[in-house]
Each structure stands twice: as C-alpha cells, then as structure tokens.
Design a binder for this molecule. Structure first.
Ligand code: GLU
Length: 368
C-alpha cells in the first residue's frame, strides 16, 4: 500500500446497518484492515459517521423525520455507543475528536487540531473524528462526513483518503438499473461531466452520496492526497487493498501531497508578518531540514495570530528565506524570542509546541 498516513471514512450504513443502534457486522472487517495497516507501520485516522443512527432508538421522537434538536440529542447519546463499538475491536486506545467547520476555518483551532492529531499518532492512538452534531448549526457545519474526511486528511497531512461506502465506487450509470454499468477504476480528472453522471444516478448511489464523495476526492486530490472510494461492506475489498490491488475507484492526484502542500504554502497562503533569524537558525533551516525554534529568532515584525503564515527572513528582514505556519502569535513570540524551547512553558504559561514553525508546515523559497 503506497501511503504512510491514511484517513479512512466509514459511513453510517456500515456503522449502523439497520439504522438503529450500531453493531459489528461490517466493522469487524474494517477494524481488521486498520490493524493490518498499523502492523505495516501505516498511520490511520478514522472519520466515523453513525452517531445519529446509533442514537436513534434511544431518543423518543414520535415521527419518521425527527426534528433537528431530536437528531442532536441522538448524536449526543449515539456518539458514545459508536465510540464504544469501535473501541472493542482495538487493543490500542481510541480517541474522540468532535469538530465543526467553524473549528477548521479558525486558524488557531485548525492548528490545535493539527497538533493534537500529530501527538495522538505519535503515541499510537487511533483518532476517531466525527462532526460535532450537537453544537453545529447549519452555517458551522461541514454537513457530511465525506467532505469532513477530506478536510481531516488536509489538516493531518495525510497522503491517502479512503471513503468506505456501501457501493463499489463510481459508475457511469446506476448499476442497479443498468447491469452493464461500468465501474471507473481510475479517475484522473474531476469535472462537471463526472458530477452530472454521479447525480444522474438514483438512490443510494446518488443521495448526495456520490456527489459528496466526489467533492471530497476533488478537495483531497488538489492537495495531493490520493483518494479511493471502495465498498466497505465487502471484506474481500480489504484483502485486495492489502495486496496493492484497487477494488474500487481510485482518484489520482497530480502532485504528491508534500509537493502540493509546499505549493499551497508558497503561493496561496498570505504572510501576515515575519521573523528575522540568526546565522545558526539559517544554517539549520537551509542545510539540516530543521524546524524553527525560539532560540534562533532575533526580531518579530508585524502582528499575527497563532496559526497564520509568516515569512522567515535573514539579514534585518531584507532576504526572505522561507514561509510557514506559525504556532505562536506575534505577542507571544516577543516574550520567547531568543529563549530555549524548555523555557516556553514558564514564560508563557503554556507550550503547545516546541517548534515555532514545524518543518512540515514550512517551505523554503528556494524549493520548488
Ligand atoms: N455526523 C453524522 C453522524 O454521525 C453523519 C454525517 C454523514 O453521514 O455524512 O451521524
């Protein structure tokens, strides 16, 4: 399997096949696959739907179409059931992250999510993400876990996204109406024609179902993250994935995730300020692939918030060497510049990260 860090999205139909409560019917094979990934030193983040379905029979709602508040209560109680259901399949600890679109749009919270995921993976924890349905109002919602999974893949710097569904992948027409429908095994370009084809199909292939999956693939591929849509209800699919075969639809990203991220950092993100660094830090950044530490910073220019992009400059700010996402605000940096990383906690009262700009969040301007 040609990836190092994968985000696996599991839909409600797999978590709660009957739509009331969750069970292990499909999750056992999925969990086995995740364990195989771990055994092969792959990092896995799970995005799991199913909280509303899992809580459905625990909240009296008296209607086939429960109100939004009833659904939020279902999500609240169902989330616990869903997490407990996952945990029983793993020896390693599972952790829960409930996030909204509002969290991902906010640079500071974005960076908190990123740091948390990084530390969880370093500690061999399986992070399980869902949308925070109980607090998310419409304008704060991602709305579907396919798009949420693509955003999680981006924030976590994953190089692969796998969307497990109850269909085999993307077809040129609805395979239940047309026995000759053809499965696309590889898609290199996501265009209007593809969306039209997917939304032209009926029922669960198209119930936002395939549309949001293609949207997710489009977002992920733009960031260099290869995406698969596969049938998670068929355990043979996982054997094929483990054998490097493609059992569904594979969306090919033009650039690698590292290259796409560097391009995004360099060309898309606007810098909100800069730091001037000393000779030792210049050498560490340019020649040793190091992250930027507080000790190498001489001056801070401009005002910026935690999580914003800034320039890293040399020689009184006249030469921009690199750009990157800063873990600290300019006012916090003023207090810790030139200091040892070990002193940050004492100086600020908190230390979200030893690195001021992590190497993964930095691009040298000399790099392509
Ligand atoms: N967050 C929802 C849930 O856990 C699922 C959203 C989706 O299926 O896309 O029930």
């Amino acid at each position: 399997m040609n990836f190092n860090r994968v985000v696996i999205k599991v839909g409600s139909a797999l978590v709660s096949p009957e739509g009331k409560g969750c069970n292990g019917k499909y999750l056992l094979a999925i969990a086995r696959f995740i364990t195989e990934c771990h055994l092969r030193d792959k990092e896995v983040i799970l995005v799991s739907s199913g909280s509303v379905a899992a809580g459905r029979n625990l909240i009296h709602h008296g209607s086939p179409n429960p109100s939004i508040t009833a659904k939020q209560a279902m999500a609240s109680v169902g989330q616990m059931q869903m997490m407990a259901n996952w945990q029983r399949f793993f020896d390693r600890p599972c952790s829960q992250l409930l996030i909204t679109h509002g969290d991902l749009k906010d640079r500071q919270r974005y960076i908190n999510i990123k740091n948390t995921l990084r530390i969880l993976l370093e500690n061999n924890v399986l992070p399980i993400v869902n949308e925070n349905d109980t607090v998310a109002t419409e304008e704060l919602k991602v709305g579907d876990n396919d798009n949420l999974a693509a955003l999680v893949a981006m924030v976590s710097d994953a190089d692969c996204l796998m969307i497990l569904s109850d269909v085999n992948g993307v077809y040129d027409s609805d395979p239940r109406n047309n026995p000759k429908a053809k499965l696309f095994s590889e898609i290199t370009e996501i265009n209007e024609a593809l969306y039209a084809m997917a939304s032209g199909t009926s029922n669960h292939i198209a119930t936002g179902g395939m549309k949001t999956k293609i949207e997710a693939a489009e977002k992920a591929c733009e960031h260099g993250i290869e995406t698969y849509i596969v049938n998670g209800s068929d355990s043979l699919v996982f054997d094929k994935l483990l054998n490097n075969e493609n059992p569904g639809t594979r969306f090919i990203a033009k650039d690698s995730s590292v290259k796409a991220k560097k391009h995004w950092l360099k060309h898309t993100l606007k810098s909100h300020g800069s730091v001037v660094i000393d000779e030792g830090a210049i050498n560490a950044l340019l020649n040793k692939g190091a992250s930027l530490l507080a000790s190498g910073i001489n001056e801070i220019w401009g005002e910026f918030a935690k999580g914003e992009s800034i320039n890293i400059t040399a020689h009184c700010g006249t030469r921009v060497l690199a750009k990157g996402i800063c873990q600290y605000s300019s006012s916090d940096l003023e207090k810790i510049k030139g200091k040892n990383s070990a002193d940050i906690e004492q100086l600020l009262g908190y230390c979200p990260s030893k690195e001021i700009i992590h190497r993964d969040d930095m691009v040298l301007l000399s790099e392509n």
